[in-house]
Design a protein around this ligand. Structure first.
Ligand code: 1GP
Length: 250
């Protein structure tokens, strides 16, 4: 089944989804495989492989190890054309809409096209918007600063993605962000948007994950959480339970 059909099937049933992001720069391939297995058992719905810097060999190895441990779809979340793997199921074909550089709007994407075509990786068009301080991704992607309370502007960026025919909008606070995308902003974007909304960056607790889901995120992405914490499976399970069912354990 195509990854997009798998995702929309769940979303159309009204499910809220969680995806686990693994960064080959921070996690070695073997550990990435282990973490993907843990995330699968905890109820995540897909594994994203991404990071701010590239390297096809490492990405390949990481995806291969993940695929040994889980049957969940593996979706690339690339920083550029060198961050691709023929072993992945799909790739977020994403444009960093508030980048000052044409390279991150369409340049790296253009370079990646022949590889994606050759290996038949499923592209999922996505508008990517870096909100707040932006962390490393904002710096690497040369994002124009877009404070989280610039609600009207952020709504416009989200609609820009929709009107351009993209299938998803991802509002990104950046990995390890101190502040996630504000819930008031998420609520307003969701109220105006007809395509699924992805939120990531700085979401570390079940309580916050629930607030973000209730505000209107359809898909919540966490990354650092699995790289840092002990008892990863328990914490992830609680976080995913909070996203899916709004239940937070004391
Ligand atoms: C980063 O949004 C993701 O691209 C996840 O962020 O690592 O802070 O969970 P965290």
């Amino acid at each position: 089944m195509k990854v997009w059909d798998y995702l929309t099937g769940k979303l159309e049933r009204g499910e809220k989804l969680h995806m686990t992001l693994l960064d080959p720069e921070k996690t070695n391939p073997h550990r990435a495989g282990e973490l993907a297995g843990i995330a699968d058992r905890a109820g995540t719905c897909a594994i994203m492989v991404g990071g701010s810097t590239g390297g096809t060999d490492r990405v390949d190895e990481t995806v291969i190890e993940i695929k040994k441990r889980t049957d969940l779809p593996v979706i690339l979340f690339p920083s550029g054309a060198s961050f691709l793997s023929s072993h992945a199921d799909a790739v977020y074909f994403m444009s960093l809409l508030n980048s000052k550089s044409v390279r991150y709007l369409a340049g790296e994407q253009l370079k990646g096209v022949p590889y994606i075509k050759k290996y038949g990786i499923e592209p999922i068009p996505m508008g990517y918007v870096v909100v707040g301080a932006g962390e490393k991704v904002g710096e690497v992607g040369r994002a124009k600063l877009l404070p989280g309370d610039r609600v009207e502007k952020i709504v416009s960026y989200a609609l820009l993605a929709q009107y351009m025919g993209m299938r998803l909008v991802y509002l990104e606070a950046g990995s390890g962000a101190h502040e996630h995308v504000p819930t008031d902003t998420i609520r307003e974007v969701k109220r105006n948007l007809d395509i699924p909304l992805v939120i990531g960056g700085g979401i570390r607790s079940p309580g916050v994950a629930r607030e973000v889901a209730e505000a209107g995120a359809d898909i919540i992405v966490t990354g650092e959480l699995v790289e840092r914490e002990e008892n990863i499976e328990v914490i992830l399970r609680e976080l995913i339970e909070a996203i899916k069912n709004g239940r937070v354990f004391p």
